[in-house]
Design a protein around this ligand. Structure first.
Ligand code: F3S
Length: 399
């Protein structure tokens, strides 16, 4: 990989220890993926924030980089708790202390602790065609597919290295030739609810693996639907970019017709719902939304559905979002409406990275295929996969 004189000096340590370590990571990546050079990025998004996933060794590595700052606007993925309301979640004091320590270490590097997997709804919104270095697979899929920005599926360390240098190696999804579709998907079933998009994404991800699907037969989709679609296919497969004909921005620029074609009909939709539900009965102790983090519109919808109702005793209803969106929802009275009904709206964390089993959760209802996929293995809870509307009905006992 070609390096400018300034980049070589950074690699040799002339810009200090932090930048040298960051440059070493980028150069190693560039060599592995045969990048021709480093290209400037507009922003970075760092995953690997929860103490639950990072542990003490990860914390020490971030602390070892202290002494310099990121070169571009950089935001953080969800932490293991709501940074302000962790006591309301029941988070143990020791976990909270360690988590706040991690947030401080990142903040000392000049990173904004948005703690959200929807940075594009929390102030980190790139433009069409801009190069960025994002980790968090759902955000990567959204940035590439819905915004038309360009990013590889970075890991936490490589995204942090790119943020510290302000550049990333030029390979993969930064190159136009790798953004053409390699799998055609015909959708024959009507997608009526957000969770139907999640189910489609989950089914597609399994088949696409890390290819680029081109989806036909979906004529309109809300931001929230695309958020669910991408998050699901990025978790069941390794999809980083998809196109929806007539909906996503690069679908019109497609020049290649994929050889492999698959169809998704009502049978596939029903079977995907069934496969994502692992709980043997419909009983749950938590109904939760916000994987990926809820938009303002989703919080409004939940507030409308619970208005005048009460969450059944012994059951919890939790909504996860970013602090930015939570405060907008508070201004509009949506948070208060959910809390009056007995629910809670938390920011900075989610049902996968928070220590859910330690919080007494055994079975949860979710409208997210990604949360349903990780539920049984990461937080180790049984799952009921349902639409947002049906999940709210479960919480308020209106079956
Ligand atoms: Fe976001 Fe957590 Fe889901 S990071 S995409 S809410 S698993």
């Amino acid at each position: 990989m070609y390096l400018t004189r300034a980049e070589e000096e950074t690699l040799n340590g002339n810009a200090g220890y932090t930048k040298q370590k960051a440059m070493e990571i980028l150069v190693a990546l560039g060599k592995i993926y045969e990048a021709d050079r480093l290209i400037p990025i507009a922003s970075a998004q760092i995953a690997g924030v929860s103490y639950r996933s990072l542990g003490d060794s990860g914390t020490e590595w971030i602390e070892s980089l202290a002494g310099d700052e990121v070169e571009v606007p950089t935001t953080l993925n969800p932490a293991g708790m709501d940074l302000g309301r962790w006591r309301d979640m029941g988070i143990p004091e020791d976990f909270a202390k360690r988590q706040l320590h991690i947030i401080k270490a990142y903040s000392d590097l000049g990173i904004t602790p948005t703690c959200s997997c929807t940075p594009y709804l929390a102030g980190n919104l790139p433009s069409f065609g801009q190069h960025v270095a994002w980790s968090e697979s759902s955000a990567v899929c959204y940035a590439n597919s819905v915004i038309g920005a360009r990013t590889n599926r970075e890991g936490g360390p490589s995204a942090l290295a790119a943020a510290l240098i302000g550049k990333t190696p030029n390979y993969g999804y930064h190159l136009s030739e790798n953004r053409q579709p390699t799998l055609q998907v015909y959708v024959r079933s009507k997608l009526k609810r957000g969770s139907d998009f999640a189910a489609l994404g989950f089914w597609m991800g399994r088949r696409a693996k890390n290819r680029v699907p081109f989806v036909s037969g979906v004529h309109s989709a809300r931001l929230e639907d695309l958020k669910q679609l991408g998050a699901a296919m990025a978790s069941s497969g390794g999809v980083a970019l998809y196109h929806v004909e007539g909906v996503t921005p690069e679908s019109r620029a497609v020049q290649v017709e994929p050889n492999e074609k698959i169809s998704f009909g009502s049978r596939e939709l029903r079977e995907t719902y069934e496969s994502l539900t692992t709980a043997k009965s419909g009983w749950v102790d938590l109904v939760c939304f916000g994987c990926p983090h809820c938009s303002l519109e989703e919080i409004q919808r939940i507030a409308e559905l619970v208005r005048g109702k009460k969450v059944t005793e012994g059951l919890r209803l939790w909504v996860f979002t970013s602090a930015v969106v939570r405060s907008r929802a508070e201004e509009k009275g949506f948070v208060q409406a959910i809390e009056r009904a007995g629910g809670q709206v938390f920011s900075d964390t989610c049902m996968v990275v928070a220590p859910m089993r330690d919080l007494g959760v055994r079975r949860m209802a979710v409208n997210s295929a990604k949360a349903a996929f990780y539920g049984p293995t990461v937080p180790e809870v049984d799952i009921v996969f349902e639409s947002l509307e049906d999940s709210v009905r479960m919480a308020t006992g209106d079956d």
